[in-house]
Structure formats: C-alpha cells, structure tokens
Ligand binder design. Structure first.
Ligand code: SF4
Length: 275
C-alpha cells in the first residue's frame, strides 16, 4: 500500500489520526467497493486534529492551483505569520493575519496563484474569526464541538469558502465522519464510473457518495480518489484510453464520456445517454 504524499492536505505518516480497518468483501454498494479498492491501492487513514483556521488557510491557498504550487505558499505564510512551534513568541495565526499588510501577505503567498485575491480573502476570514470567536483556538473548538450543520453553514457563510473548503475543514480539523469533500477529481471520477449521474454537480456527487459510503471511509475515500485521479483517471488522458487493462478500476467502470475507440474524452454531462 502506498503512503499518502506529504504534499496532500493531510498527507505523510504524521497526517491523519490512524488506520481504518475493514473487510473489502463486505462492501454494501458499488461506491463502497470502489473506495475499498482505492483504500487497498493507496491508504486507509482516518483524519482530524488539524487546527481549523490553519486548515482553512491551507485550503483557500490550494483553490484553483496544485498542491505543488500552494505548499511553498503555505510554508512561507506559516513562517512569516505563525512563528515556529518552538518559539515562545508564536502568535495566534488568525490575529496575525487579521493585522497583516495585504500587499505583504500577497507577496508571501505569491507561489499560490491568484495571490492578490487570496490575500484579501485570508485577511477577511481572519478578521471574522477574531471578531466572532476571539482567535484561532476558539474557532478550532467551535469546528470540533458544534453541531455539524451549524459548522458547515457558518463556514459556507464566510466569503471565499465554498463547499469543498468547508468540507475539508470539517474532515481534516473536525475529524467528522461521513464528510466526503468533492473536488474536481472526485467530481470527474464518480461520474465517469457511472456511480453518480453524469449531469450531477459537485453537491449532487457529494450527496451520492455520503449516502453510499460508510462514514469512516469517506475521509480516505476523498484523499485516495484524488491520488487515483492524478495517477489514472486523469482529466484529459484517462489510463484506459490507450490500454483497457491499465486502470485498476477498469472492470467496474462505465467510462461515461471516455471513448477509447476514437480517443475522445468529454465531460460525462455532455455524453449521450447509453441505450
Ligand atoms: S476505466 Fe478509465 S474512466 Fe474508468 S476509472 Fe479507469 S481511467 Fe477512469
């Protein structure tokens, strides 16, 4: 089994809270058996325990860019505004960002792309967290302890926070079971597989997966699916396009919108319905 890349939001050996044990033969739905297979191919971790505001910052930085680009931006930001953990002068990240000079923050995160807009979003989020909760620590307690729907609604009410970001915070910080964040990889893969309807939007794909995948498997279901999307079910060139045996999920996939005969790949929503 592979180890989760450290560049992933909760990757590496230190990322996540522990292993999820299960018997793959017991899968009750096709979605669950796909997740079980991805778990075997990659990892079967549970998540939770990250500081909520730090997780929010990291997820905003990762919007519309790759982990490879957003990781150095995150490291620079933490170094400049959070201080080191060994440093006694280490400050509350929300307070530090609320007081940040916007052009200076933009320059610090310039690797992440859209850095001007992201720096404004981060300052506004920090100001709100400080004004409503007092600081990052209190916000973290809210994310861990409050009612799931209250936390999700509150996060979604914050400017710059969409469903994927809110769900990542619920999963990686709150350690909430049954949360399956849907990014572009997840949205593509489960519609190609024919598990979610071809025309389903991100929220509809999330609804299907959260209903059919057991709560404890949703976390690694999300991270392992992303890895699968990077390695096999790529947006423009899925592995099955040239070689029908190249994909480990080839035997359970409906290949919606993927046409190996012509080499064509279209969004599943554009694909004509099968007879
Ligand atoms: S068979 Fe092709 S479309 Fe289906 S999951 Fe594999 S790479 Fe993606």
């Amino acid at each position: 089994m592979a180890e989760e890349p450290t560049a992933n939001i909760s990757g590496g050996t230190a990322g996540g809270s522990g292993a999820v044990e299960f018997e793959p033969e017991d899968a009750a739905t096709r979605a669950e058996s796909v997740i079980d297979r991805l778990g075997k191919l990659y990892w079967q971790k549970s998540y939770g325990g990250q500081d909520a505001f730090t997780c929010l910052v990291r997820t905003v930085l990762s919007q519309n860019t790759s982990d490879k680009a957003s990781q150095p931006a995150h490291d620079n930001l933490m170094q400049r505004y959070a201080g080191s953990e060994d440093d006694e002068s280490s400050t509350d990240l929300a307070e530090a960002l609320a007081a940040a000079d916007q052009p200076e923050l933009a320059e610090t995160i310039s690797n992440a792309g859209l850095y001007n807009q992201k720096s404004k979003t981060l300052i506004a989020l920090a100001e709100r967290v400080v004004a409503e909760y007092g600081g990052a620590e209190e916000f973290d307690a809210f994310v861990r302890e409050a009612d799931h729907d209250d936390v999700r609604d509150t996060l979604l009410d914050m400017k710059g926070v969409g469903p994927k970001t809110a769900d990542c915070v619920l999963l990686f910080s709150g350690g909430r079971g049954g949360v399956f964040p849907v990014d572009t990889h997840v949205h593509r893969i489960y519609r190609r597989l024919g598990i979610a309807p071809a025309e389903a939007d991100h929220e509809a794909v999330r609804g299907v997966l959260e209903k059919r995948v057991p709560a404890e498997k949703c976390g690694f279901g999300h991270t392992a699916s992303i890895q699968f999307g990077r390695e096999y079910c790529k947006a423009r060139k899925p592995a099955c396009l040239d070689d029908p045996d190249a994909c480990p999920l080839g035997d359970v996939c409906e290949q919606v919108g993927v046409y190996p005969e012509s080499g064509e790949v279209i969004d599943p929503a554009e694909a004509p319905e099968a007879e």
